[in-house]
Design a protein around this ligand. Structure first.
Ligand code: MCN
Ligand code: MOS
Length: 763
């Protein structure tokens, strides 16, 4: 006899929301069964390779293509002289200049590594060789290499990013305790394991693009606008993605080049961005610098914050890496001023990298709070509690949920913070100096229109269909759990189809907003499908439930049943058969009607224009965390190892703890890399990124990572999302670098204010 254990709600196997299911795509990715964009078996491919500038500023005077054209296998050479017939597309927010031509291969040179020509050949090897034969003549201009270049102009202050209340300067001047320091972060890069690229195929004026995408609908819009096509004519296919971290949410110039080449040739074209090109084909996190002045009473109560910061941007477009993104939110203070400025340099336009803005902002603020703690002689956890913001200081709105106090408490308890001795250099382990540091982090809750389709099929299985994507964060799995819970089937019976812009619209997998948005849509659609099934079962003339006299039914374990002992119970397939139905289909939006966005649905999910910020409603909504770090610093060599970490999070309700924990750890690991290793090195002579490969651009590896304990202290926040979850993916990295810098100070007595914390800064 076999005893079948009943499934318990919430355990690993039960598959409902909150259970610790492993990722459905995990096995496919590990075994190679998952097909990435560049592995698509498309017939008749030609191969494109980009030619990049070797200077950082100036103009392309001439491109000699004779040798490249004569080379074996060359089909096409594109240069700035070719008018590709494209028009500038809308920006993220949906704003579009009227009828402006777009030249993805521009003669105007804005940065070293910019693509100025492309070669298309029968094979990749031929194209690589032919690209080498393209001879570009430049008129070189003097370039602005970075922030510190004497040629760099005045930082341009962005009024929209200035935040102020009270009289910050006056209050600072009269504060009994004042500290002020400058903090810096270098250029950082995404280095996703799957590099970028695409396969583009035209059939008439229908364009199919296999390209890794954090936002199939947004990218389809861009391509459609470049070519003046109806949105529906472009299809982005992206079922599996090897990481994006913010870099795969938009279409880039190389995509325009590859699609244009495919159109000109009348043949599908593959363009694989090489690893070195991933440092210039799109931008990483901008370098930042910020000055923070804190004024406080002798017992560490803040009286004023004056914060000025700036980030590098390109000469041709702006992306602010907002150094004051976290400052107005974290602590109660009556007098506040913070502004952010941009400095244009000859770089590719920087972009979003895990927790844009909040990340460098927290590095400055959370380092400064530690400095204040030492200036007044108060424990770094205590000073955070003493200045705890009970409501959002900027908007004045109440927090929807803010369990940061609980995070500090639970995290500190698990870490053993109470055993810490206050003085720097007071803890040792043999020749190693031991330091314990703490810092907090936050990321806003963003809400956006997103739709999902549910199908109950005749065989009782369920289909979940949406254009949302999964780049490894767990979308497939949490959507299967959501549908399984509502429709009472095991998650293996749910088939989730994602990653295709021809499927129902969804917002970007960015800003930690996708999970909340799309679980809500699936939950609503599945509930509607269940209700429809029950309605049919009660009312349809052919239904076996007609004569039961029941006025309601339950759906569970794959059966529809009268909810009383011994009542009729019919499996979903039998019921579907009796009803003569092939499927039941429902589609729902996660947002209430009236909030779903302007200009119909399409605009809502192809631009960021209708996204609702954290204070759009009556509350201020954010995720929160507290990181506790132990470092050991070798006094002789100056090497820093993170030896132990505990981080506690308030991200509301957790859909899948196993995946959320993995997300938090992933963010923390990137934070450790940021603190100790990551730094894009710029050649001061020519503005080139020198360490443009995984051998020289150091990221954290397994050997760098200690045990990381993560704790959830969140409670469901039903203002944040349909199911009560807040964002998980980005908050994990926020506050890690300052926690490590603070621990290094505690270990060594040395305050490192510019990342990464390398050994020469400690000797
Ligand atoms: N989750 C949960 N409970 C919640 C919220 C989320 O269990 N309340 C889990 C789910 O498994 C969900 C995941 O956390 O799939 C991430 O959810 P969310 O915070 O909503 O983030 P998005 O789905 O919008 O994903 C984007 C986010 C961002 S912006 C970056 S950057 C990032 C990140 O996710 N890049 C990643 N995590 C990444 N993970 C991987 N493996 N690869 C990347 O490139
Ligand atoms: Mo995340 S940087 O918003 O994709």
């Amino acid at each position: 006899m076999t005893i079948v254990e009943p499934r318990k709600r919430g355990d690993a196997s039960d598959g409902t929301i909150g259970s610790r299911l492993s990722r459905f795509d995990g096995r496919l990715k590990i075994t190679g069964a998952a097909t990435y964009a560049l592995e698509q078996p498309v017939e008749g491919l030609a191969y494109a390779v980009l030619v990049q500038t070797r200077v950082a500023a100036g103009r392309v005077m001439k491109v000699d293509t004779a040798k490249a054209r004569a080379a074996a296998g060359t089909l096409l050479v594109l240069t700035p002289d070719d008018d590709l017939g494209l028009k500038v597309a809308s920006d993220w927010y949906g704003n579009r200049p009227e009828d402006q031509p777009y030249h993805p291969l521009s003669p105007a040179i804005s940065f070293n590594g910019q693509a100025v020509a492309a070669v298309v050949c029968e094979t990749l090897e031929q194209a690589t060789e032919a690209a080498r034969l393209v001879d570009v003549t430049y008129e070189e201009a003097s370039a602005i290499i970075g922030f510190d270049d004497s040629e760099a102009g005045e930082a341009r202050s962005l009024d929209a990013l200035t935040v102020s209340w009270g009289d910050a300067e006056a209050a600072l001047a009269t504060s009994p305790v004042r500290i002020e320091a400058e903090y810096r972060t270098p250029r950082e890069y995404h280095v996703a394991i799957e590099p970028h690229g695409l396969v583009a195929k035209w059939q008439g004026d229908q364009l199919t693009i296999w390209e890794p995408s954090q936002w199939t609908h947004g990218m389809a819009r861009t391509y459609a606008e470049w070519y003046g096509l109806p949105y529906e004519n472009v299809r982005i296919v992206s079922p599996f993605i090897g990481g994006g971290f913010g870099s795969k949410a938009t279409a880039y110039a190389y995509g325009a080049v590859a699609t244009a080449a495919a159109r000109k040739l009348g043949r599908p074209v593959k363009l694989a961005v090489t690893r070195p090109q991933t440092f210039t084909a799109y931008g990483g996190r901008a370098a930042t610098r910020q000055t923070i002045a804190l004024g406080a009473s002798a017992d560490g109560v803040l009286q004023s914050i004056v914060h000025g910061g700036s980030s590098e941007t390109a000469t041709y477009a702006d992306f602010p890496e907002q150094t004051n993104a976290a400052t107005p939110l974290m602590y109660a203070v009556d007098n506040f001023r913070a502004k952010h400025s941009l400095v244009s340099v000859n770089t590719v336009m920087p972009g979003a990298l895990r927790a844009p803005g909040k990340n460098p902002s927290a590095f400055g603020l959370e380092s400064a709070m530690d400095e204040l703690a030492y200036a007044v002689g108060i424990d770094p956890v205590e000073i955070r509690l003493r200045n705890y913001a009970e409501r959002d200081p900027q908007s004045g709105k109440p927090w929807s949920t803010r369990r940061l106090r609980e995070a500090l408490f639970e995290g500190g308890k698990a870490f053993g913070w109470s055993r810490r001795s206050f003085a720097p250099r007071s803890m040792r382990d043999g020749r190693q100096l031991v330091g314990w540091g703490v810092a907090c982090g936050t990321f806003p809750v963003l809400r956006a229109s997103s739709e999902a389709l549910i199908r109950i099929l005749a065989d009782g299985s369920i289909e979940v269909v949406s254009g949302a994507i999964d780049m490894g964060q767990g979308t497939y799995t949490i959507l299967a759990q959501t549908a399984a819970e509502v429709l009472g089937v095991p998650p293996e019976r749910v088939d989730v189809r994602l990653g295709d812009s021809s499927l129902p619209g969804a917002t970007v997998a960015g800003g930690s907003m996708l999970a909340g948005a799309i679980t809500g849509a699936v939950h609503k659609a599945a509930s509607a499908a269940r209700d429809e099934l029950i309605g049919l079962a009660l009312a349809d003339a052919a239904s076996p439930f007609r004569d039961t006299g029941a006025n309601t039914l339950v759906v569970a374990n794959g059966f529809v049943s009268v909810p009383r002992d011994g009542g009729l119970s019919v499996s979903i397939p039998e019921l579907m058969k009796a009803l003569g139905r092939e499927s039941i289909e429902t589609q729902r939006n996660t947002l209430p009607e009236g909030e779903q966005g302007p200009d119909g649905h399409k605009k809502a999910w192809t631009t960021m224009g209708s996204i609702q910020g954290p204070t759009a409603g009556e509350f201020s909504m954010h995720s929160w965390c507290a990181h506790f770090v132990e470092v050991k610093v070798d006094e002789d060599f100056g090497t820093t190892r993170v030896t132990r970490m505990v981080s506690a999070f308030d991200c509301g309700r957790i859909y899948n703890p196993k995946l959320a924990e993995s997300q938090w750890r992933g963010g923390i690991i990137m934070g450790i890399g940021q603190a100790l290793l990551e730094e894009g090195l710029v050649d001061q002579r020519n503005g080139r990124i020198v360490n443009n490969n995984l051998g020289d651009y150091l990221v954290a590896t397994n050997a760098d990572i200690p045990p990381i304990q993560v704790i959830s202290v969140g409670i469901p926040d039903l203002n944040a999302s349909v199911l009560g979850g807040k964002g998980v993916g980005e908050v994990g990295i926020v506050g890690v670098a300052p926690a490590i810098a603070n621990a290094v100070f505690h270990a060594t007595g040395k305050r490192v204010r510019d990342l990464p914390i390398t050994l020469e800064k400690l000797l």
